[in-house]
Design a protein around this ligand. Structure first.
Ligand code: DAH
Length: 346
């Protein structure tokens, strides 16, 4: 049966097929071919056809749609087989000759971590165990367990960052004291002392300048046992400093205040030879850290009886030691990820 109308329309479908098949090659997103105006026009046309023509014409248009769908999916699969391009690669991923990846020998230990390792090593040889301090904490460990009464003005000296849920980026490693005491108090029952070093990273809401950073490190430690006294505190810290600076050093204590120690001190050493540049007698002493005898309330809150046991603790800034040792002029270099600075220590 000859049907002029249907003949014309079928040839139109052929025409659209040719146009769309060619366009498919140029499309980035192959699926877009199914949204093309030409295909839509064919469906529009279908609506206006007399009922007897609709069946055959509709089938032909649907066949074309199926064909394009399959072709689009094949194109998609092909695109997926293309070599994977790492858009974060620090080189042009399309060049043939790929640069060699950097080997581990290209990196180096950060100067602060190098120095921290040295400090850990000295205290380990003195019988201390080491645990790293935490970088997120709570009010109990930051203040309460350290004998800071609520609303006590001393809290203002430790202004740091808090989350909306009330977690705290610790302003000092002393947040570990309560944990360390609880963790090791079985030692005491066995007649052994607690001797723990807990270095780590701390945070403060500081106005940043050459000597102040919002992020820095402390090396803190504690010794608790029967009959531990201020003499043990001086001897331990003096032995550490002498070993660290490679020279027998004089030390002295100056009175200070911390809520978690009683009495509290500032520990100073005579300026080591390597740091002397014809200094006057006035700046012969270097104040290096805070320390004291652990407050009875701090012991009590960790379940250690202050009537039986006593101890000392200290906390010092790691950067201060490293700045002095290497004559670095700006504390901000440490966290700046400047390669030309870091390479000097590799
Ligand atoms: N946490 C003090 C600070 O950052 C330093 C300190 C003082 C630590 C006395 C101690 C200590 O363990 O006993 O300023």
């Amino acid at each position: 049966m000859y049907n002029g109308h249907q003949m014309t329309d079928t040839s139109k479908i052929q025409e659209v097929r040719a146009v769309l098949t060619e366009r498919l090659n140029t499309l980035k997103n192959k699926q877009d071919i199914l949204k093309s105006v030409e295909l839509k026009a064919l469906y529009e046309e279908l609506k206006g056809l007399p009922a007897e023509d609709k069946g055959a014409y509709g089938k032909a248009v649907n066949d074309l749609r199926m064909e394009l769908t399959t072709a689009a999916q094949a194109g998609l699969a092909e695109a997926n087989e293309l070599p994977f391009i790492d858009v974060t690669a620090p080189f042009d991923a399309n060049v043939k000759q790929k640069p060699r990846p950097l080997g581990p020998e290209a990196g180096s230990v950060h100067p602060l971590m190098k120095e921290q390792d040295l400090i850990i090593d000295i205290f380990n040889r003195m019988g201390f165990v080491t645990i790293e301090s935490r970088q997120i904490d709570d009010d109990y460990h930051m203040f309460e367990s350290l004998n800071f009464p609520a609303d006590h003005p001393a809290r203002d000296d430790y202004d740091t960052f808090t989350t909306t849920e009330g977690f705290i980026a610790p302003a000092h490693t002393s947040t570990m004291q309560n944990r360390v005491l609880k963790m090791y108090k079985e030692n005491l029952a066995k007649g052994e002392p607690i001797a723990v070093l807990y270095p780590g990273r701390v945070y403060r809401n500081e106005d940043i300048d050459v000597t102040h950073e919002h992020t820095f490190y402390q090396y803190e430690g504690m010794v608790v046992g029967k009959g531990i006294n201020v003499g043990n505190l001086i001897a331990t810290l003096r032995a550490f400093m002498s070993e660290y600076f490679g020279q027998e050093l004089k030390a002295k204590l100056q009175p200070f205040y911390f809520p978690f120690t009683e009495p509290s001190f500032e520990f100073a050493i005579e300026r080591p030879e390597i740091l002397r540049k014809g200094d006057t007698e006035a700046d012969m002493w270097l104040e290096l850290l805070g320390c004291g005898m652990v407050h009875p309330n701090v012991l009590k809150m960790a379940g250690v009886d202050p009537e039986v046991y006593s101890g000392f603790a200290w906390g010092g800034g790691l950067e201060r030691l490293v700045l002095m040792k290497y004559g670095i002029e700006d504390i901000r270099h440490f966290e700046a990820a400047k390669l030309d600075f870091l390479r000097q220590f590799s």
